[in-house]
Design a protein around this ligand. Structure first.
Ligand code: SF4
Ligand code: SF4
Length: 412
């Protein structure tokens, strides 16, 4: 069934008037009082929460809860930050509700969602600060005639039932898309296992990134807030990444501007982020990111770091200016070994099956004898969903054959 989409019908005047404005504040911990003050300061240059919420409106809060991980792991948007924003929405007269569908390896059932919210700390915080968590797992198909890669998109009904959306991402690295920021977080509005189909259909990182822009264009959050207090570097976005204290909160009405600001802080070349490269090709930003973003709070330089650990994918795709051409070769060439391969390891692997559940290539089987998941390289499309969903950090990304040689020489 194709449904109406009232959640995207936000105050469009704000979207047009303030595109590119990014507010940035310092916040050094997740103390609720500190967070509430920081959120007030963060939104003040953008007009305050009242600019985004009308009295009586039901406002969806879309955090990143990719898996049932505790807040100290820096895998999920911190629940106390979500609480601080929920309280601000209430003060503005709105009704906040958390809408989310976790990563592709997690079956979208209410009983499963109950466990995910509990483990991620959301149940306890929602009870304490009195905001709703939606366990709705149904979705509707939304027509998107302007979409380039996705013209019919399955979106969570819990989101579609809202009057507006506030996107609350975690600042993390991402082995497939390099950066997991505001734009990428909106992919979580697509229900659980349905995400797998998008990876299967669009294995090329940039085409997948182009699809993310379609989804973001449909979702049209009124506001994007990025949790950069405890961020993630290295092999993100989940159990293989490393938490890093960066002490900032960032907000913008423009998801692309928010992500460009994250790149500026971490020293990421935005052209090496496939979805930001696709956004540049669409004319959503041009030239230098500094020209597309206007800082309206603290200056980006106050939080900039020089030693941010990039994901392996970043190095492979030419973030350092090397071998960018490889990223543009046909898939068949890419599969000759210039990309790393997922390699589950005996020991940490508990043969739980989450990776096989998330695998769009149906490339993973459980070897019960040796007690490890096994990847069939011929079927693998190197999307790294398995790496993302593994709860035990049991999957290494390794170069093989010619790729290992070229990687060892520092060429990719
Ligand atoms: S690698 Fe092992 S532990 Fe990790 S998701 Fe797969 S089966 Fe589970
Ligand atoms: S085995 Fe390959 S295709 Fe399957 S999830 Fe992992 S990277 Fe993707």
């Amino acid at each position: 069934m194709e449904a109406d989409h009232k959640a995207a019908a936000g105050p469009a005047v704000h979207l047009a008037a303030r595109a590119g404005a990014v507010s940035l504040v310092r916040c050094e911990d997740y103390d609720i009082d500190h967070l509430r003050a920081a959120v007030r300061d963060l939104l003040a240059p953008l007009g305050g929460m009242a600019s985004f919420v009308r009295p009586g409106e039901r406002i969806g809060l879309k955090p990143n809860i990719i898996m049932p991980a505790t807040p100290d792991r820096a895998i999920c948007t911190h629940p106390l930050l979500v609480a601080a924003v929920a309280l601000a929405i209430r003060e503005a007269g709105g009704y906040p509700v958390v809408v989310e569908s976790p990563g592709a390896g997690i079956v979208p059932l209410k009983s499963v969602m109950v466990g995910v919210f509990r483990r991620a700390g959301y149940r306890e915080v929602a009870d304490r600060y009195d905001f709703e968590l939606s366990y709705e797992t149904e979705w509707d198909v939304i027509s998107h005639p302007d979409g380039r890669q996705a013209r019919r998109v399955e979106l969570l009904r819990s989101y579609l039932n809202c009057d507006g959306l506030i996107n609350m991402s975690k600042f993390k690295t991402h082995t497939f898309q390099v950066l997991s920021g505001a734009t990428k977080n909106l992919f979580g509005l697509i229900p659980g296992l349905t995400k797998v189909g998008y990876h299967a259909k669009l294995p090329e990182p940039k085409l997948f990134g182009d699809m993310l822009l379609d989804v973001a264009g449909l979702a049209r959050p009124r506001l994007n807030i990025v949790d950069g207090i405890l961020a993630m570097e290295g092999q993100g976005p989940s159990t293989k990444g490393t938490s890093r204290k960066m002490d900032f909160l960032l907000a913008s009405e423009d998801a692309i501007a928010a992500d460009l600001a994250c790149c500026a802080i971490a020293g990421i070349d935005p052209v090496a982020v496939p979805y930001l490269a696709a956004a540049r090709d669409r004319g959503m930003w041009r030239g230098r990111p500094e020209d597309a973003v206007t800082a309206v709070g603290r200056p980006f330089s106050e939080f900039a770091v020089k030693d941010f650990a990039m994901p392996g994918k970043y190095l492979d795709r030419g973030g350092l200016g090397r071998a960018q051409w490889i990223a543009d070769r046909p898939r068949s060439f890419m599969r000759s070994g210039f990309q790393p391969r997922p390699r589950p390891k005996v020991g940490p692997c508990t043969v739980c099956g989450a990776c096989a559940q998330a695998c769009p290539g149906k490339a993973i089987e459980m070897d019960k004898k040796t007690r490890v998941a096994v990847v069939e390289d011929e079927k693998c499309i190197q999307c790294f969903c398995c790496h993302e969903v593994c709860p035990n950090a049991a999957i290494e990304l390794e170069f093989t054959g010619l790729g290992r040689l070229v990687h060892g020489m520092g060429l990719v």
